[in-house]
Unconditional design. Structure first.
Length: 761
């Protein structure tokens, strides 16, 4: 059997060999905390501590299983199976089953998952005759969850003046009644929800001294992983369980505390020394993951936080490459830059797809990267999220758009006919399907036919009228105008906007990103000079070709990972792209006016930086579509906190490369493939500087398209000044060939959709 202490550095060894008394192990990113935690458990057992007396708490079942396996391997016996190792929820569920009768529950009590809990809340709202659009089950569930994790029961919730004022301001004064009814219904059903596993454990230890004494005697040594992620309830339970022996070991990193939205509080780790005055503090500062350059950048960034445990990561690894800072013109260009850079690194340095991770602040940002990776046939996988076009709210919106273009699409019609709710129930839909089969007609023809009695109602008539009104827009309006009208008049956007839960905000951001992509589609000129159809049908065809790509083929084996930074915590990759580093996006606009929130955003950036082993890119764009408008962006304040000496700014316009060229792929082609005509042609196209953007005249006002004719001088908002060569087509679809000179050449433009001003001589 190998010596389980082999390979530990001095600080790791000190943390492992400390046995009695409180200890806090401040484990910097990539410093081997899991190894220290598992070796410490093995050392306790090696020194005579009964495994039945050791409690180790984690946040994931995977981490718990890995810890138990490592301890067993280190000791070479099966005693590790007697350890109490698991997540907070799994360990406390085990204890609560043994003690259930004290709390009035059966030992085989049911554990409700999130969907179960929301279903009960939904029925309570219905029983109370409340508007479920206002008293949304998801919102109420999150409100109750936050209360339980803050150790606030239904009675305390009702009697807390501050809470009641907050509910009154949100126009939800009956939340306390719903919480009380929900708690009673769960108890009557012999069930606990996920949050009850913490809350009821606290109640057990608080209200039953004999139970507290029993488990204080049982768990003589307590170890907690990721202590910076604990919430109020977890903190209180740990404090009570460890009060007798104070053999409590916490492992964590305050610089990686990024889950306040889940109730985690960084104060738990920051105040550990106040809770245990004789606590030993050991800092693991040697990093085994990243290059010296990456660590220096991480240290400098996190050093701007005032509220932290001071530490300085260092490494014996190589100095490594500079951090490449890339500025792009738009978020779509940002996606193209990342995809090109991945392809370049694969060809130049032989990286595999799985060696790359693209980390962003919000899931809505994934679209540009998904589309660019697909275009280069680079397999990818979204981790902890659903592909942008597969997200429910996006599919719902697209279903409306597809029905407008093709109302015979029965599947999409059934998807949205009663969403948002408009009084068309399941029974009505089933009857329509049966009648359509009898008459050999489509679903749409059945509800739209005024001759068919017995099935139509004011609700179905209103729906048909609404869809038909959208369809009349198809000839005269572009894709964005139609899509915007759909969001506004169906109530779809308002429905999502009203949901202020974390999930609701994310869904709202996703539909806004969908609208942004449609807006960009209608306003971006075709780079080949060919006519660019701005219609809704054209847009849907384009994204269908994207979304039909077989992205899952071979993805798990070798794929670029796309994920939020929150989802990336605990992971590492040879190459990392930290993207979207712009003010109001990262840091989020919601965090700019509170120091604690801003410091958590900076910790999030720190986590992104420290995921990288060898290479790190930081990207941002000058402009980004937000809420249907092209918004100019300032670089994130966090970029300014990175010392210039560690940055390669070639791609920000401050180096030798033209600022408008956002691709490194072209230069690589020029160096390596001059003798291959097809690649040389592509390289020349990528490397060529783009023409300067045209600034419209101060008096620019779009003129009536019907007044335009061959021979006229015109001004385009993007292409500048040009001459109309020919005009073809009828009134509704006039197409002009316009010569915009050497910069843009001759372009065919649909005059009805173009932004053109007639230049009067």
């Amino acid at each position: 059997m190998q010596n389980y202490l082999d390979g530990l550095n001095a600080q790791q060894l000190a943390a492992v060999q400390h046995i009695d008394g409180p200890i806090m192990i401040v484990a910097g990113a990539g410093s081997g905390k899991t190894k220290v935690l598992t070796t410490r458990i093995a050392h306790l057992m090696k020194n005579g501590v009964d495994p039945f007396n050791i409690l180790a708490l984690t946040f994931t079942n995977k981490a718990a299983a890995e810890m138990k396996e490592r301890v067993e391997k280190a000791l070479g016996n099966t005693e590790a199976r007697n350890l109490y190792i698991g997540t907070f929820h799994s360990v406390f569920a085990r204890i609560l089953r043994a003690e259930a009768t004290r709390l009035g529950y059966p030992s085989n009590f049911t554990i409700y998952d999130t969907d179960d809990a929301k279903g009960i809340i939904r029925s309570i709202v219905k029983d109370m005759n409340l508007d479920d659009k206002h008293y949304k089950p998801a919102f109420i569930y999150n409100r109750i969850s936050a209360a339980k994790n803050g150790l606030v029961d239904a009675a305390t919730y009702r009697n807390d003046t501050h809470i009641q004022q907050e509910d009154a301001r949100s126009n939800r004064p009956l939340l306390a009644d719903i919480y009380d009814t929900y708690s009673k219904r769960c108890f009557k059903n012999g069930a606990m929800d996920f949050d009850d596993l913490l809350f009821k454990m606290y109640v057990l230890l608080t209200n039953y001294p004999e139970a507290l004494a029993k488990y204080q005697g049982r768990f003589r040594y307590i170890l907690i992983d990721e202590y910076q992620d604990t919430n109020v309830a977890q903190y209180a339970i740990i404090k009570m369980l460890g009060a007798r022996n104070e053999n409590i070991c916490v492992v964590g990193d305050d610089a990686q505390s990024i889950y306040s939205f889940r109730g985690a509080t960084v104060q738990n780790i920051l105040q550990f020394q106040d809770d245990y005055e004789d606590a030993v503090i050991i800092k693991l500062e040697q990093n085994y993951r990243s290059t010296q350059t990456i660590l220096q950048v991480a240290n400098n960034v996190i050093g701007n936080n005032a509220n932290q445990i001071p530490k300085e990561l260092w490494t014996d690894n190589a100095e490594g490459e500079k951090i490449l800072l890339a500025r792009t013109m738009t978020d779509n260009d940002e996606g193209k830059f990342v995809a090109d850079a991945i392809k370049e690194q694969q060809m130049r340095n032989h990286y595999a797809n799985k060696d790359f991770a693209v980390l962003y602040r919000t899931n809505a940002q994934s679209r540009a990267f998904e589309e660019s990776l697909r275009r280069l046939n680079i397999p990818y996988k979204l981790v902890g999220g659903t592909s942008f076009y597969q997200r429910k709210e996006v599919k719902d919106y697209l279903a409306y758009l597809r029905i407008i273009v093709n109302p015979q699409d029965e599947e999409n019609l059934k998807r949205i006919i009663n969403y948002p709710a408009r009084g068309i129930g399941k029974t009505t839909i089933e009857r329509v399907i049966v009648r359509a089969d009898q008459l050999n007609t489509t679903f749409w023809e059945t509800i739209a036919n005024p001759e068919i009695d017995g099935l139509r109602s004011s609700h179905t008539d209103g729906f048909v009228m609404m869809i038909n009104s959208f369809r009349t827009m198809l000839e005269k309006q572009n894709a964005y105008d139609v899509a915007f009208a759909v969001g506004k008049h169906t109530g779809l956007v308002q429905e999502l906007y009203n949901d202020k839960t974390v999930e609701g905000v994310a869904r709202y951001e996703n539909v806004q990103e969908l609208l942004n992509s449609i807006k960009e589609f209608t306003e971006t000129p075709d780079e080949e000079g060919e006519l660019h159809d701005k219609s809704l049908g054209s847009y849907l065809q384009q994204i269908t070709l994207l979304t039909d790509a077989d992205q899952d083929k071979g993805v798990d084996a070798d794929a670029v990972k796309l994920m939020t930074i929150h989802a990336a915590k605990g992971l590492e990759f040879p190459c990392v792209f930290a993207v979207g580093l712009e003010e109001n996006l990262f840091p989020s606009s919601m965090s700019l006016y509170d120091r604690a929130d801003l410091e958590e955003e900076r910790r999030l950036f720190y986590v992104a930086i420290t995921r990288a082993k060898h290479r790190l890119w930081i990207t941002y764009s000058n402009s980004r579509y937000r809420f249907g408008s092209l918004v100019q962006n300032d670089p994130s304040r966090f970029i300014k906190e990175v010392p210039p000496a560690y940055l390669d700014t070639t791609f920000t316009g401050t180096g030798n490369r033209p600022a408008g060229n956002t691709s490194s792929f072209g230069s690589m082609f020029n160096q390596s493939f001059d003798n291959i005509p097809s690649l040389k042609k592509l390289a020349d196209k990528l490397a060529a500087p783009k023409p300067a953007a045209h600034t419209p005249s101060p008096d620019f006002v779009q003129d009536d398209a019907t007044a335009m004719d061959a021979g006229m001088q015109v001004e385009h908002q993007k292409f500048g000044f040009g001459k109309i060569l020919t005009v073809e087509g009828g009134t509704a679809n006039r197409i002009a060939s316009i010569d915009f000179g050497p910069a843009h050449g001759v372009k065919k433009i649909m005059l009805n959709f173009a932004k053109l001003r007639i230049v009067k001589s």
